[in-house]
Design a protein around this ligand. Structure first.
Ligand code: SF4
Ligand code: SF4
Length: 354
């Protein structure tokens, strides 16, 4: 139905390459999911990036999302983007907004389909407590520059207990800046996020006792805020996407690892099919100089095929606290694949249309 959240089905035959070309970053966000031990510390050369783009291309439609670390730290990112375009990838760059190496001067707006900026608060007070001092002003200034230059700009907001109360405050900021798409994400238990709240005084101080050692939001907190705020943003003309998280009784469960073609590629050569597996040496594939090679032994794919009442197997293994059970031990609801999204787009003009 028009104007209602739609679940975005996994598209068989369409490839998504989440390409971490390096793990280095100029920021130290509290919820950073980069794990140097598992993902390495190296930076791929442009020759390796181009070769891997060719190897991973496949035959059907394909999207590449350049990630890091901070991908604009890579001096050859503009060349990588041009090569990806030549290979007929749709190209997105996910950046922390610092736009290093004069990115906005070295790449033309028509060379990328979307330029995504990460912001975790509608003002410096909220955003900088999570992403670091000064990051809000730099990110928003570059975002506005990018819109003025003609880039399609989107914003990614990672919801945690540190910023869920400020999500709605993003709407005027996005609307006034000419942002076309808004991706709301939920904080996971990967990388630093599991430990951030416990070990760092900054967030704890700002949130007081309510933080309770965890940045994860409960089902009730999520449902009370996210769908409503997404609908408000859509009403303001912004195309909004957010994770499904909880499946209703009548909804089917599907594991993207089995039905979609997602490849999460790291500079140490590990290639995963599921982002929840990225902290463990259970990657399905690895890149060699000349090919994508299937790994042997116990791999993430062994978990995808398990059919459990709780829905996502990796969620059950890694975040069992997110599942509620009735008195008979039956899960009250299933957890969807973390890659399953809902989106809302209204037939209103986007902020910078007309
Ligand atoms: S979350 Fe992104 S921007 Fe923040 S430290 Fe990690 S890689 Fe850098
Ligand atoms: S998040 Fe769960 S359902 Fe999705 S790919 Fe991973 S294991 Fe499969």
């Amino acid at each position: 139905m028009k104007n209602q959240p739609q679940t975005v089905a996994f598209k068989a035959g369409e490839r998504n390459i989440f390409f971490h070309i390096l793990t280095a970053c100029n920021l130290r966000c509290h919820h950073c999911y980069i794990n140097f031990e598992q993902h390495g510390t190296n930076t791929l050369s442009i020759a390796e990036i181009e070769k891997w783009l060719r190897i991973l291309r496949g035959d059907g439609p394909a999207n590449v999302i350049f990630l890091g670390g901070e991908p604009t730290l890579h001096p050859d990112l503009p060349t990588a983007i041009r090569t990806a375009r030549k290979l007929d990838y749709a190209v997105t760059v996910d950046s922390n907004g610092y736009m290093l190496n004069n990115f906005l001067r070295n790449v033309r707006p028509d060379e990328v389909d979307f330029l995504s900026f990460s912001l975790d608060g509608p003002n410096a007070l909220v955003n900088d407590a999570i992403r670091g001092q000064g990051s809000f002003n730099i990110c928003t200034a570059n975002l506005q520059k990018a819109v003025a230059l003609g880039f399609n700009v989107s914003v990614i907001y990672t919801v945690s207990r540190a910023n869920i109360a400020h999500l709605a405050g993003m709407i005027p900021l996005l609307k006034n800046s000419g942002v076309k798409r808004f991706f709301i994400q939920v904080i996971g238990l990967r990388g630093k996020s599991a430990l951030a709240a416990k070990n760092d005084g900054r967030l704890g101080d700002s949130l007081g006792d309510s933080l309770d050692g965890s940045l994860q939001v409960s089902r009730d907190e999520w449902l009370a805020v996210v769908p409503k705020t997404a609908a408000m943003a859509a009403k303001a003309g912004i195309h909004v996407t957010y994770p499904k998280v909880f499946l209703e009784a009548e909804e089917d469960f599907a594991c993207a690892g089995l039905v979609a073609e997602n490849f999460f590629v790291f500079p140490n050569g590990r290639v995963y099919r599921c982002p929840l597996c990225e902290d463990y040496p259970i990657n399905s594939y690895r890149m060699t100089d000349n090919a994508l090679v299937r790994e042997t032994g116990l791999r993430e794919e062994a978990f995808f095929a398990l059919n459990i009442a709780e829905g996502c197997v990796m969620n059950k293994l890694l975040q069992p606290d997110t599942i509620e059970y009735d008195a008979g031990g039956k899960p009250l609801r299933r957890i969807s694949c973390c890659l399953l999204k809902q989106e809302i787009r209204l037939d209103l003009p986007t902020p910078n249309a007309a």
